[in-house]
Design a protein around this ligand. Structure first.
Ligand SMILES: [Ca+2]
Ligand SMILES: [Ca+2]
Length: 672
């Protein structure tokens, strides 16, 4: 990365021989004097700290589960958080996140932005310190706190309206060094520094004050909450759910810290409008209970766009409502949280990946990365209602969520800022499950084996109160079975949704898996009637360069991708067939582009008109996080194109006519 993108620049004053800072930026420095003439040995004074149980009982940081190496879920969570902190600190080294005005923040949001502590990094770290007593988290939290408090926040300004505003992620913390991003393409660096309540945090400031007594942190929190409580509640309304969500979180944080009713009143204004706008009835293809709207391009690229919502936005709002409900016990808010939690599950929960879809749009990606963020509201709703459908999702999504944690500042913060508040519940649901806790393992046949026999194992399923129960299987093709370990042979390849139902101990739970089997005609490989050529083993290319990538989900060795940049970019493969005969050509590919097309030549000739432009239907992804592979028989499965080939080597060439296409392998299959 270019050095200059990392620096905070002091802007030169024209003709004055000096430099200027943005209005309102401040800086706190500690001066250490060694009275005995020696240099101080520490980079921070000794600090008095309490044991985690004391912090927990104080409720200053809300309800949370303290670190406990004997508790399932809690133990795994803390081990993962500790390991992920290493990744966070390594990123600091790699990105060189140093310098008086940079240190404490993390870099790399939208490639070259400073994150400006998005999701309240200091709060996330202070909470982990309070739970665990691990001082590394206090230090990382204090570094983030001092940066965000001093540099990212406007402390004083000629325009009163700006006081208490906080810059959103942007280049150089405060923006406006560039008129536009120096990188080409969308979503690469935000040159302007703007303010939004949806990128503004106060909880970490209050935490720091409570842990250290540093009044500057509390004053900063009040300055921010005052600004948004005054200017931000006039004729209050909102565009999307995270606006009232973060506004409530920061306002309630300062209310808890100060007890000043001004903040509770500001929160009440927000909540009233949130309740008015909740869409209780299912409509327009989206479940009821969310705050349905026509989705914006980042959330849905379909024409016309789908109605619905983005899970993380609703999740943030539920957290804000939770904090408000904990202080007020307003029954309307309890009901709203329950409706919202059910909405998240109905519209976005994807049982096959034990995670949520990003938005209501069926084409948006899904995974467990937002589980912990959303589980805060869902877990609270479960505690309020005992709704077992919520418990099932909480139980199913716990392990996947913990495993998917990453050390990038934004995602790390997003995981650990709320998870501690739901962790105790997640652990209790594991220690004493109210429903069967299903464990579904799938063993698909080896690639290219020609087999379509799949093995299923649910013997790890746990039952409430140590009892037992009945496991039933729906294989997705009409067949069913009963038992812990079963296997099933599919008549043909394709994608199947398998549903396991566990019933016993007074409860019922289901689990799902998606399996993706190659076409039955690949049996020919096992019988020696097919020649398979790995895509990455191409013999030549021209007009561009593809990338060879290992480790894609469900791939046979590496794959090729990056074949979309240049129209006319061709690739060639050599395929040797042992016998003369008629062959069909089968390709294993995936794509998330709207309209991938390729020209096909065999031994220099276009074998049929249909090969001048072969269209590959979109598969929904590039097999990064889930199995997006599909199989295409040239000419179609029903009436395949048959190539008359002599024994020996033949050349297959495909040329890019547009859009991205990842290829795993090609197979020539001889007709019987
Ligand atoms: Ca910053
Ligand atoms: Ca391959």
């Amino acid at each position: 990365m270019d050095e200059h993108r990392l620096f905070y620049w002091f802007q030169a004053l024209e003709n004055a021989g000096g430099y200027k800072l943005r209005q309102g930026v401040s800086k706190t420095h500690e001066v250490w004097i060694g009275l005995d003439g020696a240099a101080p040995q520490h980079d921070r004074p000794l600090m008095a700290a309490c044991p985690p149980s004391w912090y927990a009982n104080s409720k200053v940081f809300g309800d949370f589960a303290i670190a406990d190496a004997k508790r399932e879920v809690v133990k795994e969570y803390d081990a993962k958080v500790a390991a992920t902190l290493e990744g966070y600190l390594q990123n600091r080294e790699r990105n060189r996140e140093y310098g008086a005005l940079n240190f404490g923040d993390w870099w790399g949001e939208r490639v070259i932005n400073w994150g400006n502590i998005e999701y309240d990094t200091q709060h996330a770290f202070f909470l982990q310190f309070a739970r665990s007593g691990d001082f590394r988290f206090f230090q990382a939290g204090e570094e983030a706190e001092r940066h965000n408090r001093d540099v990212d926040t406007v402390h004083a300004h000629a325009n009163d309206y700006r006081v208490g505003a906080v810059y959103s992620h942007c280049m150089g913390h405060v923006g406006d060094y560039y008129a536009k991003s120096p990188l080409p393409g969308p979503h690469q660096g935000s040159p302007r520094g703007g303010f939004s309540v949806s990128h503004t945090w106060c909880e970490g400031h209050c935490d720091h004050y409570f842990l250290t007594g540093d009044r500057r942190s509390l004053e900063t929190a009040r300055k921010i909450a005052d600004r948004y409580g005054v200017y931000g509640t006039t004729n209050f309304d909102f565009t999307n759910c995270r606006v009232p969500g973060w506004h409530l979180i920061l306002t309630m944080g300062v209310y808890r810290a100060t007890g000043d009713p001004f903040y509770l009143n500001a929160a009440r204004i927000i909540v009233e409008r949130v309740l008015e706008r909740q869409t209780e009835e299912a409509a327009l293809g989206s479940a009821g209970g969310g705050w349905r709207r026509r989705m914006v391009p980042g959330h849905c690229l379909c024409e016309p766009a789908h109605y619905g919502n983005a899970g993380f936005m609703v999740g943030v709002l539920l957290t804000g409502l939770r904090w408000y409900h904990q202080e007020t016990n307003d029954p309307r808010v309890a009901r709203s949280i329950h409706l919202g939690a059910r909405y998240l599950i109905k519209d976005l929960w994807m049982p096959a990946v034990n995670g949520f879809r990003y938005t209501t749009c069926p084409r948006s990606s899904s995974g467990p990365w937002s589980n912990l963020l959303l589980f805060d509201g869902i877990g609270y709703a479960y505690q309020l209602t005992g709704d077992q459908e919520l418990a099932q999702v909480l139980m199913a999504g716990t392990d996947a969520a913990i495993k998917s944690m990453s050390g990038m500042g934004k995602s790390f913060t997003m995981y650990i800022r709320v998870a501690p508040h739901v962790l105790d519940l997640l652990a209790k649901l594991r220690e004493d499950p109210v429903l069967p806790l299903t464990q579904l393992n799938v063993e698909t046949p080896a690639p290219l084996s020609g087999s379509t026999t799949v093995k299923f194992d649910a013997s790890g399923t746990r039952w409430p109160k140590g009892g037992t129960g009945r496991l039933t299987w729906d294989f997705g093709d009409g067949a069913t079975a009963v038992g812990e370990k079963v296997e099933h042979t599919y008549a043909r390849g394709g994608k199947y949704r398998v549903i396991l139902t566990a019933e016993g101990g007074g409860g019922k739970a289901t689990a799902e898996a998606m399996i993706n089997l190659p076409p039955k005609e690949l049996e020919a490989v096992a019988r020696g009637r097919a020649t398979v050529v790995e895509a990455e083993g191409f013999s030549g290319q021209g007009g561009g360069n593809v990338r060879i990538v290992p480790d894609r989900v469900a791939a046979s060795g590496p794959i090729i991708t990056g074949w979309h940049m240049e129209i006319g970019h061709w690739l060639e493969w050599k395929a040797t067939v042992p016998e003369a005969g008629r062959y069909r050509l089968l390709l294993k590919y995936c794509s998330d582009s709207p309209n991938p097309r390729r020209e096909l030549r065999v031994d220099g000739q276009i074998p049929a008109d249909s090969c001048k432009e072969i269209a590959f239907p979109r598969t929904g992804g590039f097999s990064v996080g889930k199995d997006d592979w599909a199989y295409l028989t040239v000419g179609g499965e029903e009436k395949p194109l048959l190539l008359d080939l002599t024994a020996g080597e033949h050349t297959i060439r495909m040329t890019n006519l547009g859009d991205g296409l990842a290829l795993d392998w090609l197979a020539l299959i001889r007709e019987k």
